[in-house]
Design a protein around this ligand. Structure first.
Ligand SMILES: [Zn+2]
Length: 53
């Protein structure tokens, strides 16, 4: 199964897809070939601590 992220490329705003690698998950752009590792999330949003908006 392929997960698509349309117009999400930071370089060319092209369509990206999620690729499963041995290291984890890689986000790859179909148009320019840009790829980045997304298997290690840097921004973990905690919603369980009771912070509400
Ligand atoms: Zn691109």
């Amino acid at each position: 199964m392929t997960t698509w992220k349309f117009k999400n490329c930071p370089r060319c705003t092209g369509d990206m897809f999620i690729e499963r690698d041995v290291d984890g998950l890689i986000e790859r752009c179909l148009l320019c070939g840009y790829s980045r590792d997304i298997s290690k999330p840097k921004n973990i949003v905690s919603t369980a601590s009771g912070t509400k908006r």
